[in-house]
Every structure is written in structure tokens, then in C-alpha cells.
Design a protein around this ligand. Structure first.
Ligand code: AN0
Ligand code: CP
Length: 317
């Protein structure tokens, strides 16, 4: 594997989940595969889970790991070509990327959507430049439009916890005070659409996602109707995608907060969220602390999804 930025890059999903669960069974089975190999993780944005789980995954494979927080201690990077660099940016991505590539064997990149210009964000300019100019296999640690390591961990988690072959999985928008990218929601849609699950997306009017990600999923504007009979509730906030509203917060309506009353409409559903989560905005204390909440094992599976991807990249070096 030379790139991992979207669902398609993982290949047949059942094989990938099988490989991931085998790794989970014995995560040190390949502890020399990464000997004398170096992973460089580059963060343009904050992280807790991605940083720790991906580093742990690489260490399980015997790799060395370097982490760079671009906004803390590195030179400010220009990303646009053709700019006269007389401002505060001291270095161009076009030099920085091949230089970083020269010090490592595999690169992970986190670069969120700027939420100002939809076309720029959806072209995935930053990670695509890493793929083009680093000379190394590159995986996404959440880029502008997708968060595939999260979605892969989500899929593994659903496969572990499901009680029926084709569960009903509901992605629900929930309120948040700040503008967040669509990446987690887009990506979750993309991965769920690979499966044969009964997949439903629910959100207020104005929060429609890119149709390319929604695919054949059922869109239901009545959250309570969507929850009926669900086996998994996956909550996430995202900012508006459509038209002039791109990147805007249109609503913080707490009628959309996931609470015990709404969970009672489900088929005793499991509650999922990628974290970090704002309690009593996205979900009540009661629901996230309930025995039906699987947010912690879901986060733990981030180590497994990352290890599966890095293992495949090491095998292809
Ligand atoms: C980010 C997002 O919504 O994309 C990262 C989630 C994994 N969340 C926040 O910035 C709160
Ligand atoms: N879920 C997730 O990616 O969390 P972090 O932003 O903390 O890495």
C-alpha cells in the first residue's frame, strides 16, 4: 500500500477487518517488520487519539517514530505556489515536503479543512502534495474531506459489537458551538456505504453532506424517526457543506443532542463518537456514561486500524 486517504485504498473491507482483528489478537506478531524504518507524523492540527494510537501502532511494528507539530516550533509554511513570500511564512511546502521525506520511510499527515474555500478543501491540496512530492507512502491522519483511520476503527468496532448480520447504523448530526469539518461524517458515510448495513443519515435542513459521500444512504430529517430500531447511533457535528453556507454553523439546537429519551427509540443501540466530544452538546452525560456507550473501545481500535495500515505500507516498501 502506497497511499491511504479513502475507503477505496483499503481494498475488500472484510479482508481488512479480518487482518485488523488478527493484529488485535496479537499486536506484537510483526514486531520486527519495522526495524530500522522511521515513521514521520506531521500535524497541522491538534490531536490526542491519532497522535498516541498511531505512534503506538508503529512501535508495535518495531518502527522509530518522529512527530512534528508544524505550528509549534517549525517554520510557518506557505502552501500556495506562485506567492511572493514577503509575509510571515518562512518556508514553502514544496521544499519542506521532500526534505521531510528524506528523513523517513512512511509519512502520516493531519491537515484539516480550512472551511473557507470549499473547492480548495475538497481538492485535498495539502495531502495530495505530500503524496506527490515526498517520495514516500503517505497516510491520512484526517485530511480536509476524510478521516479514514477513524472510519476503519469504527468499522472494526461495529463488526465486533454487532448482533445481527446487517445492523441498522445511524449517523446523526448533533450540535456544537464551533465550526467543524465534514471529514469524519463524509468518511463514515464512505466506509458504511462499502458494507451491506442498513445505513441512515439524519441532520437538520441545511446540513446536507456532499452527495458523493452520502451515496445510497437514506437521508431522514426527523431524528426520532431515524433512531427507530437502530443498532448503532453514531453522533457527530459538522458545519454546513452546501453553497454560500460552506463552513458555517447554522444551528446549535439542543433538540438534536443525543439523550436517553431518543436512545429509548432504538433497538437498544450502542452509542459511538470519534471523540473528542462535548458533553451535553453532542450527547448527554447519561448516554455517554451508559453501558451502551462504546466510545472507549472505539478509540482503542484506532491503534488497530493504524497498525493494519502501517503494516501494509511496510510490507510494500
Ligand atoms: C475534529 C473534527 O471534527 O474533524 C477532529 C475529530 C477527530 N474535531 C474537533 O476539532 C473538535
Ligand atoms: N478521533 C480523533 O481523531 O481524535 P484526535 O483528534 O484526538 O486525534
Amino acid at each position: 500500500m502506497r497511499r491511504f486517504t479513502c475507503a477505496q485504498d483499503i481494498g475488500p473491507w472484510r479482508d481488512a477487518v479480518k487482518e485488523a482483528l488478527a493484529i488485535k489478537d496479537n499486536r506484537f506478531a510483526y514486531d520486527t517488520l519495522g526495524k530500522n524504518r522511521t515513521l514521520l507524523m506531521i500535524f497541522f492540527n491538534s490531536s490526542l487519539r491519532t497522535r498516541l494510537s498511531t505512534q503506538k501502532a508503529a512501535m508495535n511494528l518495531g518502527m522509530n517514530v518522529m512527530v512534528l507539530d508544524v505550528n509549534q516550533g517549525a517554520w510557518k509554511l506557505e502552501t500556495e505556489r506562485g506567492v511572493v513570500m514577503d509575509g510571515d511564512k518562512a518556508e514553502h511546502l514544496l521544499e519542506a515536503i521532500p526534505v521531510m521525506g528524506s528523513y523517513c520511510d512512511i509519512i502520516g499527515v493531519r491537515s484539516f479543512a480550512g472551511l473557507k474555500n470549499r473547492e480548495e478543501d475538497y481538492e485535498e491540496r495539502v495531502i495530495e502534495q505530500f503524496i506527490r512530492y515526498s517520495g514516500r507512502p503517505v497516510f491520512s491522519m484526517e485530511a480536509a474531506t476524510r478521516h479514514p483511520l477513524q472510519s476503519f476503527a469504527d468499522l472494526i468496532t461495529i463488526e465486533e459489537y454487532k448482533k445481527v448480520e446487517r445492523p441498522k447504523v445511524v449517523l446523526t448530526w448533533a450540535p456544537h458551538p464551533k465550526a467543524l469539518p465534514q471529514a469524519v461524517a463524509n468518511s463514515f458515510c464512505e466506509w458504511m456505504n462499502m458494507t451491506d448495513y442498513d445505513f441512515v443519515v439524519t441532520h437538520p435542513h441545511g446540513y446536507e453532506l456532499d452527495a458523493a459521500f452520502v451515496g445510497n444512504a437514506k437521508v431522514e430529517y426527523d431524528q426520532r424517526k431515524a433512531f427507530a430500531g437502530a443498532d448503532f447511533i453514531y453522533a457527530k457535528n459538522w458545519s454546513a457543506y452546501t453553497g454560500q453556507n460552506y463552513g458555517k454553523v447554522l444551528s446549535t439546537d439542543k433538540d438534536w443532542t443525543v439523550d436517553a429519551d431518543k436512545m429509548s427509540l432504538t433497538n437498544d443501540a450502542m452509542f459511538m463518537h470519534c471523540l473528542p466530544v462535548r458533553r451535553n452538546m453532542i450527547v448527554t452525560d447519561e448516554v455517554i456514561e451508559s453501558p451502551r456507550s462504546i466510545v472507549i473501545p472505539e478509540a482503542a481500535n484506532r491503534e488497530i486500524s493504524a497498525q493494519t495500515v502501517i503494516k501494509r505500507m511496510l510490507e510494500a516498501l
